[in-house]
Structures are given as structure tokens and as C-alpha cells.
Ligand binder design. Structure first.
Ligand SMILES: Nc1ncnc2c1ncn2[C@@H]1O[C@H](COP(=O)(O)OP(=O)(O)OP(=O)(O)O)[C@@H](O)[C@H]1O
Ligand SMILES: [Mg+2]
Length: 238
């Protein structure tokens, strides 16, 4: 057993006086995929924001063996944590390729960065055809692919994904999830995936946590969660 790449213990988070996370704990294994499931308002987005230092927290967040809680977001990004926020967060006025360049802004190995454009176009060929196109004119699915590619341009150790399936047609979602699985295998990038689409997320992930109003109520291997009666009834609809 190797140590987890991300280890979160007793994490609290709040916006002003409003407490949103009430002491949650979870891990992402080295090279693994963990998913956090939950209904609207459960605290999924806040959990990702807490990991990358974008909201006030208490508790422990350890990344690659070092505490990162309380550190500035910039520092956390430099350590190798890339965040694909909900709503995608692409620069709508910039082209596909300019967005990819923005993703690599912390990197010094400029020659490698050039090669990485091609690596991304290898995963997402439709982005290559649209390399000069303004991001704001890409389809929803293409923008999500661009957002993921932009995050990968950082060559992160850990990728945080906030509902990548949101608003996309089922076929596009499946394509995107297949590629995420491929990237995880090929590059060893660990993933923390927040999703409402429980059945797809549980197929991709190795571990899962179910969040309800800021508390973890069920956790385990993705397989055990998939077979959990109450999860099936509430989230999987069969
Ligand atoms: N900036 C903010 N200020 C105050 N409250 C906030 C803020 N952002 C989120 N909240 C509250 O925190 C709670 C959790 O929100 P969060 O966005 O983490 O939920 P979520 O699980 O991601 O939901 P969704 O599935 O709708 O994206 C909600 O009750 C929300 O209203
Ligand atoms: Mg959210």
C-alpha cells in the first residue's frame, strides 16, 4: 500500500458565518480516482475549493505528504494540483491554443509545453481542428474538453474535476469519461471527481464518498458503493 496522494482529515469550510463542510475526511490514492457524490448543495464544489485554498477551512489537507491547508492557491497549484471548476473556467475570448498556453503558465520547460499541445490534441482530436477558434464559440462538450486539457497542461499530480458531465449529451459524457480513464492510466494522474452523475462516476472511480449537507454519510470502494441499496435507490435510480 502506498500513501495516498491526497489525504483530508476533519475538514471544515465556511463562507463568512455559513458553515458548509462539517468535518469530512477522505483520501485519493496515488494514481487513483476518488469520486465525491451528492445532491445539489451538499458541499461538493466547496470541497474542491477547500482543497485548493479558495475558501476558509479548518482541519488537515495533506498533498504528496505535506500539509497544504492554509497555503495560498498559487502555491497549491505549483505543487501540482490542477482544478477544473464548475462552469469550466475557460477564457472565452482566447483561442483553444491560447487557453492551453495559459494552463502551462507556471512551467519553465517551454519546449516540452509545445510538445504537450500535441499530446492534448492526441487525446482530444476535435480540439486540434479548432485550435484557432475562440473558446467561447466552442460547443459545451468541446469547452469541457478544453478545460480538462488546460488543467493537464500543468502536468498535475492531482486533477480536481467539478461535474465535468454537467450539461453535456450522454454520448459526449461517455467519450470524456473514457478519455479521463485513459489519461489516468497512461500518465498516472490522480483524480478527485465531484459528480451528480453517480453511475458514470462510480464506473470510473476506485473509491467513493457520499456527501450529504456537508457530512460524509457513506464511503467505500466504488464497487461496494455501487452495490449499496440506499445509494442505488437515491442516486442510481434502479
Ligand atoms: N460563496 C458562497 N457564499 C455563501 N454560501 C455559499 C457560497 N457558495 C456556496 N454556498 C453554500 O454552500 C452550500 C454548498 O454549496 P456547494 O456549491 O459546495 O454545493 P454542491 O454540492 O457543489 O452543489 P451543486 O451540485 O448544486 O453544484 C450551499 O448551501 C450553498 O448555498
Ligand atoms: Mg457544485
Amino acid at each position: 500500500m502506498t500513501a495516498p496522494v491526497l489525504s483530508v482529515r476533519n475538514l471544515h469550510a465556511q463562507y463568512g458565518p455559513t458553515k458548509v463542510l462539517h468535518g469530512i475526511s477522505f483520501d485519493v490514492q496515488q494514481g487513483g480516482i476518488t469520486t465525491i457524490l451528492g445532491a445539489n448543495g451538499a458541499g461538493k464544489t466547496t470541497t474542491l475549493r477547500a482543497v485548493c485554498g479558495m475558501v476558509k477551512t479548518q482541519g488537515e489537507v495533506s498533498f504528496a505528504g505535506e500539509r497544504i491547508d492554509g497555503k495560498p492557491t498559487e502555491d497549491i497549484v505549483r505543487r501540482g494540483v490542477a482544478h477544473v471548476p464548475d462552469g469550466r473556467g475557460t477564457f472565452l475570448n482566447l483561442s483553444t491554443e491560447e487557453n492551453l498556453r495559459m494552463g502551462a503558465y507556471t512551467r519553465k520547460d517551454k519546449a516540452q509545453v509545445e510538445a504537450d499541445y500535441e499530446r492534448m490534441y492526441g487525446y482530444f482530436p476535435r480540439l486540434k481542428e479548432r485550435r484557432k477558434q475562440q473558446a467561447g464559440t466552442l460547443s459545451g462538450g468541446e469547452q469541457q474538453m478544453l478545460a480538462v486539457s488546460r488543467a493537464l497542461m500543468l502536468r498535475p499530480k492531482l486533477l480536481l474535476l467539478d461535474e465535468p458531465s454537467f450539461g453535456l449529451a450522454p454520448l459526449i459524457v461517455r467519450e470524456l469519461f473514457d478519455i479521463l480513464g485513459e489519461i489516468n492510466k497512461a500518465e498516472g494522474t490522480s483524480v478527485l471527481l465531484v459528480e451528480q452523475n453517480a453511475s458514470l462516476a462510480l464506473r470510473l472511480a476506485d473509491h467513493a464518498y457520499l456527501l450529504e449537507t456537508g457530512n460524509v454519510v457513506i464511503s467505500g470502494t466504488a464497487e461496494s458503493i455501487r452495490n449499496d441499496e440506499s445509494v442505488r435507490r437515491s442516486y442510481l435510480g434502479y
